[in-house]
Design a protein around this ligand. Structure first.
Ligand code: 4NP
Length: 152
């Protein structure tokens, strides 16, 4: 199984989601591969935002090897599930989704439907926003892994 986390820049929320999920996947020994991408190309090739790297590190997650890339229509064939961090990400993904997409597109939080709550963009805010992102994503990661476990 392959899952893709998507935000705007692929330097704050989605690499944090990927780092948290891959750590939990390893601990549980689940056969799930992870990746992340941004709807925008501003930061392609860059490591995650230093504030995200530092905050996640404090919770025990290493994001330092991750590099930003832009999401592609082909990702809808490559991945089983694509998880959007906010409603704009979700709409931007719908706009590039091929008609014959095999991936399931969901929101990261809550039940995953298009009305689900958003992971707030911490980029222009203070340190507290980065902590909030980790805490929201830890809970969401546990919930998704619990749901996905029933597939194996
Ligand atoms: P992300 O945060 O989507 O969580 O990676 C952002 C990163 C960069 C920008 C906006 C949001 N930016 O405008 O460059």
């Amino acid at each position: 199984m392959k899952v893709l986390f998507v935000c705007l820049g692929n330097i704050c929320r989605s690499p944090t989601a990927e780092g948290i999920c891959r750590s939990k996947i390893r601990k549980r020994g689940l056969p799930i591969q992870t990746d992340s991408a941004g709807t925008a190309a501003y930061h392609v090739g860059n490591p995650p935002d230093p504030r995200s790297v530092q905050t996640a590190s404090g919770y025990g997650y290493d994001l330092s090897d991750l590099r930003a890339r832009q999401v592609q229509p082909a990702d809808f064939h490559e991945f089983d599930v694509i998880l959007a961090m906010d409603h704009q990400n979700y709409q931007d993904l719908v706009a590039i989704r091929p008609a014959d997409a095999s991936a399931e597109l969901v929101m990261m939080l809550g039940a995953g439907d298009s009305q689900s709550a958003e992971v707030p963009d911490p980029y222009y805010g203070g340190e507290q926003g980065f902590h909030g992102v980790v805490e929201l994503l830890e809970g969401a990661a546990d919930a998704w892994l619990e749901r996905w476990s029933s597939r194996f």
